[in-house]
Design a protein around this ligand. Structure first.
Ligand SMILES: NC(=O)C1=CN([C@@H]2O[C@H](COP(=O)(O)OP(=O)(O)OC[C@H]3O[C@@H](n4cnc5c(N)ncnc54)[C@H](OP(=O)(O)O)[C@@H]3O)[C@@H](O)[C@H]2O)C=CC1
Ligand SMILES: O=C(O)CCC(=O)C(=O)O
Length: 449
């Protein structure tokens, strides 16, 4: 360890671990970010003096609540709901809701923390927040999902609003859940405040391209990264993990840009299809029938299903992890590099472990961190809020063009900041530095808040 600033940052991190025990994902996200910020604090001593990193790492507000609901057999269940309103320096808290049995405070805090920097990178007026519940939507009937969402919103409604906190979807929360959540919000408040939640249906305040935005945005980011090495997506063999919202629309745009996605997955296993994933089948299975990825074999006998295997064993040039956190271990990263992978673009939040990131950086392959590469979703949510505020609705082409420009802007900002602070080509450092500077400057201007 060298500088005084480095020692200070290490001390701050140790204190954060002590104050937030047992929240390993939150610690991981904070460490990755703080490690990038040493040169910023050296260049701008006022950030250190004003305790900007200490302030940014402490959520403004954390709400934890009971979510009781009744199943179809009239049995009562109790889940735990969360909303962490992390930082509102740039605008209302903005970030999705995750319904998954693994959810606990540490996961919501890591996601909320990442969201602060991601939202800042978009250049749009949005703060960072995240929420969710330890509820497992798998195997539940529509009526059970509705009752759960209504109960969840019966507490959440008092904390949200178009000028305070604007939730959206994440794992386990798609168009169906957003409908039930917004319906209950409208019912309790007696206000058609469409800008309070994003990812809505197109007939009731939603925006074209929001459904596609995170996946399309990730593919646009990959295109921009490859461009810096005078390369393109055309003809590239790609692997996209997951088969949910982000994965499906990543595959769609990669195919449009001339790449070929040969594998995708769900939490049970992965499908390998040398001819390229058949997106129409995938959409039918996952968006309409809510089935398992294994059923892809019913449509394509020449595909292969690998139960419980690692999708990162499949050789590819471009890897787009789009399922969940920590899905690429150091070992998987090493295998990807050995198999000829030249670029990794994170559609999911924090899908690569610290050991995996080290492998990619040492191999000098292109690596886009989730907070930059998957920012297209939240950016388009903000475009949805703009349309709601002006009682307008934009065309697909207009909205997609705006998304593409935002993603190019984020790419260029990360690239330039990495160079300016002495780590050319390091998109992770560039993203952390650019996001932090924007938020810290706003907080500085507003005094000790
Ligand atoms: N939706 C959005 O707009 C945005 C999402 N993200 C991030 O993208 C990622 C995917 O989100 P999204 O597509 O919306 O979620 P979905 O719920 O639509 O899909 C999630 C996919 O990931 C798989 N998955 C989830 N958890 C695990 C796990 N523990 N192990 C293996 N596979 C898993 C799911 O499989 P199964 O069905 O078997 O559980 C499913 O295929 C998340 O990290 C999310 O935070 C980031 C920015 C915006
Ligand atoms: O659209 C949004 O507001 C949030 C999307 C999200 O949860 C994310 O970026 O991780």
């Amino acid at each position: 360890m060298n500088s005084v600033i480095e020692k200070k940052v290490t001390g701050v991190f140790d204190e954060i671990v002590q104050r937030n025990p047992g929240e390993s994902e939150f610690h991981q996200a904070v460490k990755e970010t703080l490690d990038s910020l040493v040169p910023v604090l050296e260049k701008y001593p006022e950030f250190a003096h004003q305790k900007m990193i200490e302030r940014i790492c402490e959520p403004e507000r954390q709400i934890i609540f009971r979510v009781p609901w009744t199943d179809d057999k009239n049995q009562v269940h109790i889940n735990r709901g969360f909303r962490v309103e992390f930082n509102s320096a740039l605008g209302p808290y903005k970030g999705g809701l995750r319904f998954h049995p693994s959810v606990y405070l540490g996961i919501i805090k890591f996601l909320g923390f990442e969201q602060i920097f991601k939202n800042a990178l978009t250049g749009l007026p949005i703060g960072g927040g995240k929420g969710g519940a330890d509820f497992n939507p798998k195997g539940k009937s529509d009526a059970e999902i509705m009752r759960f969402c209504q109960s969840f919103m019966t507490e959440l409604y008092r904390h949200i609003g178009e000028h305070t906190d604007v939730p959206a979807g994440d794992i386990g929360v798609g168009g169906r859940e957003i409908g039930y959540l917004f319906g209950q919000y409208k019912r309790i408040t007696n206000r058609y405040e469409a800008g309070t939640i994003t990812g809505k249906g197109l007939d009731w305040g939603g925006s074209l391209v929001r459904r596609e935005a995170t996946g399309y945005g990730s593919a646009f980011f990959a295109r921009e990264m490859l461009r810096t090495r005078k390369d393109t997506i055309e003809g590239k063999r790609c692997v996209v993990s997951g088969s949910g919202n982000v994965s499906i629309y990543t595959i769609e745009k990669i195919h449009e840009l001339g790449g070929k996605v040969v594998a995708c997955s769900d939490s049970n296993g992965y499908i390998f299809h040398e001819k390229g994933i058949d997106l129409a089948v995938l959409k039918q299975l996952k968006e309409v029938e809510r089935k398992r990825i294994k059923d892809y074999l019913l449509f394509h006998k020449d595909a292969r299903y690998v139960e419980k295997g690692s999708i990162w064993d499949v050789p590819c040039q471009l890897a787009l992890p789009s399922a969940t956190q920590n899905e690429i271990s150091g070992k998987s990263a090493a295998l990807l590099v050995k198999n000829g992978c030249i670029a990794v673009c994170e559609g999911a939040n924090m899908p690569t472990t610290p050991a995996g990131i080290r492998v990619f950086q040492e191999a000098n392959i292109l690596f886009a961190p989730g907070k930059a590469a998957n920012a297209g979703g939240v950016a388009t949510s903000t475009l949805e809020m703009m349309q709601n505020a002006s009682r307008d609705s934009w065309t697909f082409e207009y909205t997609e063009d705006k998304l593409a420009k935002i993603m190019t802007g984020i790419h260029n900002l990360c690239y330039e900041k990495a160079e300016e602070f002495g780590s050319p080509g390091n998109y992770m450092k560039g993203a952390n530095i650019a996001g932090f500077i924007r938020v810290a400057n706003a907080m500085l201007a507003m005094g000790v808040i």
